[in-house]
Write a protein that binds this ligand. Structure first.
Ligand code: FE2
Length: 260
C-alpha cells in the first residue's frame, strides 16, 4: 500500500461572510476532504459573525486566532476606520450581557477567547500572520523583493518545512532564498512541496479576497502538493447585506464585487 496521507483543507479570513463560508465548506466536502484547519479572522468586516462562528465551530477541526478575532475580544487600536467599525459592531453583538447572558452568546464568546495563535503538525506550521508574529505580522507579496531581511528573519523563526499563513488576503508562495512572490497565475493554482526548500504559503481569503478575483480562495494539502481552489459564491447577496447594515462600513461590501 502506498503511503497516502489524508488530505486537509486550510481556510482563512472568513470575515463573517456566511455565503462564502457555506460555499467553501460545500466545496471541501465535495472534494471528499474531512479535515479543515482555519487560520483565523473568522469575524470582522462582514455581516454574519454569529452564524460564521457557529459554522466554523461545526466544520473546522482547528481554528486559530486572527488579528480581527483578537480585536473583537480586546482592542481595535490601530485598525483603519473600515475595519474598526465592524470590529466594534461585532464586539457589541457577540459580547454576552453582564446580567442573564444568552447561553449561546457565552458559548461563542468563550470559543473566540480560546482560539490558539498557532497550529503545528509534523510537516507544517500554521498561523494567521507570520511565524515570527503569529497573530499580527503581514508577510506581503512585495517583501521578498523589497525587504529580504524581513523574509530571512521570518524563515529563521520557522520550525517546519512549510508555514501556512493568511492575513493579507492575497494568495501565493514565498520560497526561501527567493526574491519573488509566486502568484497563483504563475503556478497554475498548484504547488508541489520541494523537500529541499522551505516555503511560506499564503492561502488567501474565504470572505474578503483581495487579489482581484472575487471568488473565495482556500487550499487542499495532501502532504506533498498544495492545490488552490477558487469557489464562486453569491457575492451580491453578501454585498447587499452589508449595504443594508449601518453598523458595517459599505466599503467592506463594495470591494467584494471586484475582490480588492
Ligand atoms: Fe483578515
Amino acid at each position: 500500500m502506498p503511503d497516502i496521507k489524508e488530505p486537509i483543507a486550510l481556510i482563512s479570513d472568513v470575515h463573517a461572510n456566511l455565503e462564502a463560508l457555506t460555499a467553501v465548506i460545500d466545496d471541501i466536502r465535495g472534494q471528499g476532504v474531512r479535515s479543515v484547519v482555519n487560520l483565523g479572522d473568522t469575524v470582522g468586516y462582514g455581516p454574519d459573525p454569529e452564524a460564521c462562528i457557529d459554522l466554523v465551530d461545526a466544520a473546522c477541526n482547528v481554528t486559530l486566532c486572527g488579528n480581527h478575532d483578537y480585536a473583537v475580544l480586546y482592542d481595535s487600536e490601530g485598525f483603519n476606520p473600515i475595519a474598526q467599525k465592524a470590529v466594534d459592531y461585532h464586539r457589541h453583538i457577540l459580547r454576552p450581557a453582564p446580567v442573564n447572558p444568552d447561553p449561546e452568546a457565552v458559548r461563542r464568546w468563550e470559543w473566540l477567547g480560546n482560539l490558539e495563535p498557532m497550529h503545528e503538525r509534523p510537516e507544517f506550521e500554521a498561523m494567521h500572520g507570520s511565524p515570527r508574529q503569529p497573530i499580527t505580522e503581514y508577510v506581503l507579496p512585495s517583501d521578498p523583493e523589497m525587504d529580504p531581511m524581513k523574509i530571512a528573519d521570518i524563515f529563521s523563526a520557522m520550525s517546519k518545512q512549510i508555514a501556512f499563513v493568511g492575513h493579507t488576503h492575497f494568495p501565493g508562495i514565498i520560497e526561501e532564498d527567493s526574491e519573488s512572490f509566486l502568484m497563483l497565475s504563475a503556478i497554475d493554482n498548484h504547488y508541489a512541496i520541494d523537500p529541499q526548500r522551505r516555503a511560506i504559503i499564503n492561502i488567501g481569503s474565504v470572505g474578503q479576497p483581495r487579489d482581484r478575483n472575487p471568488k473565495s480562495c482556500y487550499v487542499i494539502f495532501d502532504g506533498v502538493d498544495v492545490t488552490y481552489r477558487r469557489v464562486e459564491y453569491d457575492v451580491e447577496r453578501t454585498t447587499q447585506k452589508i449595504l443594508a447594515n449601518p453598523d458595517v462600513h459599505p466599503a467592506s461590501g463594495l470591494r467584494l464585487r471586484e475582490g480588492r
